[in-house]
Design a protein around this ligand. Structure first.
Ligand code: NAD
Length: 354
């Protein structure tokens, strides 16, 4: 078993920051290098990273890394993940695994051929409230699950790359709704037999067709329905029209009960503030009046535990479970592609995914 796991991060901003935060909280880990096209020095200084690279290929060629975190824009995930695998490094890829199903399959095949592990970053699978929810469901607490309603919504992406359809792969369906899609697959599709057999998608069309973000190439509103082989339905939402902070909610309805989680507004703190203060939760633009500030936000959203889990798998030479695997990442992209197709045609799309 390896004592110290050496990490390289590609990216230096939002996602790279929660990766670095999570690695810093994981024992036996060293962030050895970072590669990005901007914000390199401030990022390296903040996280005490000794080596910086303007070109990730140079980092992969020069550094003796165990695991590479891919925290660059969506359209680069394929090239970076494939290059890291070919350089013999294990790969942790942020969501989405890729922007096309062909690229997602290629990443999985390349990692397999190279003999490296591929981790897919669906943090919801590691969020403590959602892990507890799965335990309660597993204990039969709500009977047989019939219907799941889940969403991630906020007031718009901060990332210039996510605003463009070409660099994002779409709009809020691929960028936000991918979280509830991945988590529902993790909940209902673990056995491997309960495939998604029907999907329906409805979005607005990007640019002038958007409700609010008419400069965004991709949609700012998206709904999806998934039907599983065992009969369960899931209603998925992702949108950029929700003001007041990131709204991540899950509701599960079963034959004997129901269970609900509020990932972002469920804080145990209630603050009333006249002058305001620094930070409430992700994407809030206001800290006045009554607010519920996040407590240990990166832990609660699952980032800390998903990266600790990946490090542990590398250390123990174990393959990731479905919730953190390339297979889950591929299934998400297949389902999202089918939802976009459904939106275009207005028809339900049938298949076998997950
Ligand atoms: N799991 C989550 O909840 C979550 C949250 C936010 C972002 N993400 C994902 O993380 C990824 C990054 O998103 P972000 O919000 O940090 O984006 P961002 O726009 O804030 O940062 C993009 C980063 O990519 C780097 N970059 C751009 N081109 C590059 C290149 N050619 N080589 C190396 N680095 C390059 C930039 O330097 C920058 O550091 C996206 O894929 C996004 O989907 C996941």
């Amino acid at each position: 078993m390896k004592e110290k796991i050496k990490i390289g991060i590609v990216g230096s901003k939002f996602a790279a920051d929660f990766h670095a935060f999570s690695y810093a909280r994981t024992s036996g880990v060293e962030i050895a290098a970072v590669a990005a096209i901007d914000n390199l020095e401030p990022f390296a200084k903040k996280w005490n990273i000794p080596k910086t690279y303007a070109d990730y290929k140079e980092m992969l060629a020069r550094e003796d890394l165990d695991l590479v975190s891919v925290c660059a824009p969506n359209f680069l995930h394929h090239d970076i993940a494939v290059a890291a695998a070919r350089a013999g490094k294990h790969v942790f890829c942020e969501k989405p695994l890729a922007t096309t199903t062909a690229d997602a399959r290629d990443i999985i095949a390349t990692c397999r051929t190279a003999g490296v592990k591929l981790f897919y970053g669906e943090d919801w699978c590691f969020a403590p409230p959602l892990k507890r929810m799965i335990e309660v469901i597993g204990e039969g607490g709500v009977g047989k699950v019939l219907y799941v309603k889940a969403k991630e919504c906020h007031n718009g992406t901060h990332s210039p790359f996510a605003k463009k359809k070409e660099t994002c792969g779409g709009g809020c369906l691929i960028h936000l709704a991918i979280h509830p899609i991945g988590w529902v697959l993790h909940l209902l599709g673990q056995s491997g037999n309960n495939k998604v057999v029907e999907v329906f998608g409805k979005c607005n069309g990007g640019l002038r067709d958007n409700y609010v973000h008419q400069e965004n190439g991709g949609e700012d509103f998206a709904l999806g329905v998934m039907k599983f082989a065992n009969g369960e339905h899931a209603l998925i939402e992702g949108n950029y029209i929700t003001v007041g902070g990131m709204d991540d909610k899950v509701e599960v309805y079963g034959t004997e009960g129901n269970i609900k989680a509020d990932l972002t507004f469920g804080s145990c703190l209630n603050v009333y503030s006249r002058p305001g203060y620094k930070y409430v939760i992700e994407k809030t633009d206001n800290t006045l009046g009554w607010t519920k500030p996040a407590v240990d936000e990166f832990l609660n959203l699952g980032y800390v535990d998903e990266l600790a889990y990946a490090v542990d798998c590398v250390r123990r030479n174990e393959e990731p479970m479905y919730g953190c695997s390339g297979a889950l990442g591929l299934a998400c992209i297949e389902i999202i592609s089918a939802m976009y197709q459904s939106h275009e045609t207005g028809a339900v799309v049938r298949g076998k995914w997950g």
